[in-house]
Design a protein around this ligand. Sequence first.
Ligand code: RFL
Ligand code: PHB
Length: 390
Amino acid sequence: MNTQVCIIGGGPSGLLLSQLLHLKGIETVVLERQSREYVLSRIRAGVLEHGFAKLMREAQCGDRMEREGEIHDGFFIAHEGKMDRVDLHKYSGGNSVMVYGQTELTRDLYEARDRMKGIVIHNAEDVAPHDLKSDKPFVTYRVGSESKRIDCDFIIGADGFHGVSRKSIPAHVLKEYEKVYPFGWLGVLSRTKPVSPELIYAKHERGFALCSLRSQILSRYYIQVPLSDKVEEWSDEQFWDELKRRLPAEVAATLITGPTIEKSIAPLRSFVAEPMRYGNLFLAGDAAHIVPPTGARGLNTAGSDIHYLYQAMLAHYKNGDSTGLEQYSEKALTRVWKAQRFAWWMTTMLHNFPDTSEYDQKLKEVDLTYLFSSEAGQSSLAENYVGLPY
Ligand code: RFL
Ligand code: PHB
């Protein structure tokens, strides 16, 4: 098979790029290792910056998001038993975020690909990119016992953190930066009314907690747990009890609990791979970088990669201008590192770290006191949370 752009990975990054390019008449093939059902069973991001929502509209995938997603103009930080509100709208010059689940957004992208008869190949095994430095790269894979090959102009590595694309860049070219946090997030989904119409990020001496939502009847809650904890060890009752302990009393008193419909533990990690281009292979999204979820940056940073790649591909195919492709890695990484800084800052400020000195503990407390006493501090938080400009 021949195509112009072969995309490895059928998560949000790969599907969004495929959809955007197809709308401009550029051919793509998406190779996904898992089944569609499996991809759609993963519960991940919930908060989209306005730039990401705009890309979804541009991809003609924004209708359900507009109807069912919620625009949030602020969120709360609970600390020392009280709730302080971050007014995103006021402090970001009128911007906001969209609360709409990654699962739903991915479903919308798959449906759009189907409508346009886009090629998405599921259960593609042993996917391997080849001849990355040549102008005729190709990708091989296997479905069942049949081996296949796709010849293309460009390969996009949008296959997440554990994918094959990044690993196909020679080690002497790739520089990896990593920070592993000594805790994870235990997350649950429950068919209950959210405890608060806006998100609550809670700093507590027992550990961080987050109250989020997918809709007015679907709640998403997280608590910080040690890496040694196993999800089977946490009963629903234990989870709700621990969550309540970490919330201000008046919030805990109104928390509606119920059976959980999903429960999982995600370790927290920061990671960046540089450069994001090797020959005619371009990395995008989690394949190139990971952030701890505290600042809600992961999917949103994938979105800015896709924006840069999309613009670069358009300029290349429509005007014969390859400057955008040449500059992709540098441009994307500039924004990636800003998201890394923000996610690290939010994570450090709001979580409990084992063996924190009393001095460091004081600094974390003053971080929040300063934040809510300073308009400049809140503006900085708000402009990062709603998304820095592309
Ligand atoms: P994905 O979603 O991992 O998709 C990659 C796809 O590639 C496939 N794949 C392969 N396909 C072919 N061949 C191979 N060898 C392959 N290897 C892998 C995989 O099956 C998969 O389908 O990466 P992508 O598209 O770059 O999207 C990134 C986002 O998923 C991720 O950044 C976010 O979920 C992070 N994140 C959040 N981001 C936000 O912006 N806002 C949030 O509120 C937010 N909350 C979160 C999050 C991530 C979380 N977890 C579980 C890590 C909350 C959590 C708990
Ligand atoms: C979520 O709803 O899953 C969510 C929201 C905000 C975050 C992380 C995750 O910072």
